[in-house]
Design a protein around this ligand. Sequence first.
Ligand SMILES: O=C(O)[C@@H](CO)OP(=O)(O)O
Length: 402
Amino acid sequence: MKKILLIILDGLGDRPNRALGNKTALQAAFKPNLDYLADNGVTGLMSPVGFGIRSGSDTSHLSILGYNPREYYTGRGPFEALGLGIDLQPGDVAFRANFASVENGRVTDRRAGRIKDTTELSRSLETEIDGVKFIIKSGVEHRAALVIRGPNLSDRVSETDPHAINSDIMLTKPLSPEGEFTSSVINKFLIRSREILNNHEVNKKRIQNGEKPANEIMIRGAGKLPEMPSFEKLYGLKAACVSGTPLIRGIARMAGFDILNVSGMTGRTDTNYENVISAAVDALKTHDFVLVNIKGTDIAGHDRKPELKREVIEKTDRAMEGLKKLLDTTVIAVTGDHSTPCSFGDHTGDPVPILISTSGITRDYVKTFDEASVSLGYYKITSLDIMPLLLSYSDRSEKYGA
Ligand SMILES: O=C(O)[C@@H](CO)OP(=O)(O)O
């Protein structure tokens, strides 16, 4: 039986970009190590969740790990909260929150200039209103998690993220009668937060320095704690997660993974790629399955920066130099969780390249790892097919039938 290393470059898939000579970032990148693995493996295109679905990183990662989101997904919020170390309790409602910039009642930046640190801002917003406790914890850049705790709370409330700039700021609405109390108490919190954030020293300083203020908190992905069987129970695999992204850490925590901390791992484009990959290689000594998530590709896609996306791919590739040596004992798979084309600036339903490499595998004829090349590869699959394939290539599958 072999070990399994699954490396996910977040938002990897792309479309041809004029700035890169009509190539995708993968096509334009110098990536000898990814190409080596593709050449010495099988490749193909993988559609996250299903063909043409514009999945989020939450539903796609769940499905890649074999948890059908249609069965287990209750919203993004609980995973963000768990990933930030909040001990979510049954009855809590959790949200993903963005610190955003607002001018004259309109959102000018959904990410407040990718602000570096919102810890002080989050601290200033914690409160209790009408018997409901508001717990807010900062994540990487503009990201945060909001958890509300109290009796009779419902996740049947609308989001306040317009997902577009120049849109009016929003309040929540109940999505059904059971969401009425929750919506009204959240709106009190949001109105109070605007006041606090607009007068906060951090924002005054940002404006003085010519930076956008983080003066609005927008929420989305309401959900309660999901119930999921552990990864070990599902597959008999002891698993570890190497990711600087709280959402991914939260999904892995829910699945019972060991969550590793790595020096220099930031969850941004400036992460220490060498440390991330070598921590994963180390973890293979003590674990059967290691999941790595590299977030930089998705950040570059959202920010419409094809050169940056190419750079993230090249840095990841360089850090992967030593992986060839593992192929006798390990199945190595590389893919994305969805496409974030730089030309679109958001997730699309385009399929993502996938490679699976290990010694002794029957190779296909593909020699380079990019969207067009792997379309000639062996597989056209959805994310729900990945775990059965990894189990089979690592000689861990149970026989189906007698
Ligand atoms: O967290 C993120 O990186 C993205 C989703 O991929 O969300 P947002 O657009 O709110 O930054």
